[in-house]
Design a binder for this molecule. Sequence first.
Ligand code: SF4
Ligand code: F3S
Length: 110
Amino acid sequence: MTYVVTDGCINCKYQDCIEVCPVDCFYEGENMIVINTEECIDCAVCEPECPVDAIIPDTDPAAAKWIPINQKYAEKWPNIAEKGTPPSDADEWAEKEGKFELLSEKPADS
Ligand code: SF4
Ligand code: F3S
């Protein structure tokens, strides 16, 4: 059981989810955060923190395609345990649909 981050996070990356995670299992890409599905303990505390409802449980049918994506990038990107600064245009992306194709494979700048 795990939670996953979905495309609502892309280009928003508000990071309100980061510091509530008791096991620090978030990983940071250039324009999205993902969860390490093998480290997540399914505690659910991050889900209500996201302003764009990008975090969902794996019991949600919409999570199926996101589980391998989260795990793939969690193994490539750096861990993030402290909230950083969201993108300056995050609010402009909050309501946009169909952001999946914008997902950057690059890790966050460190
Ligand atoms: Fe972390 Fe809990 Fe969210 Fe999993 S469900 S990512 S353990 S806060
Ligand atoms: Fe992304 Fe929401 Fe966290 S926008 S960084 S999943 S608070």
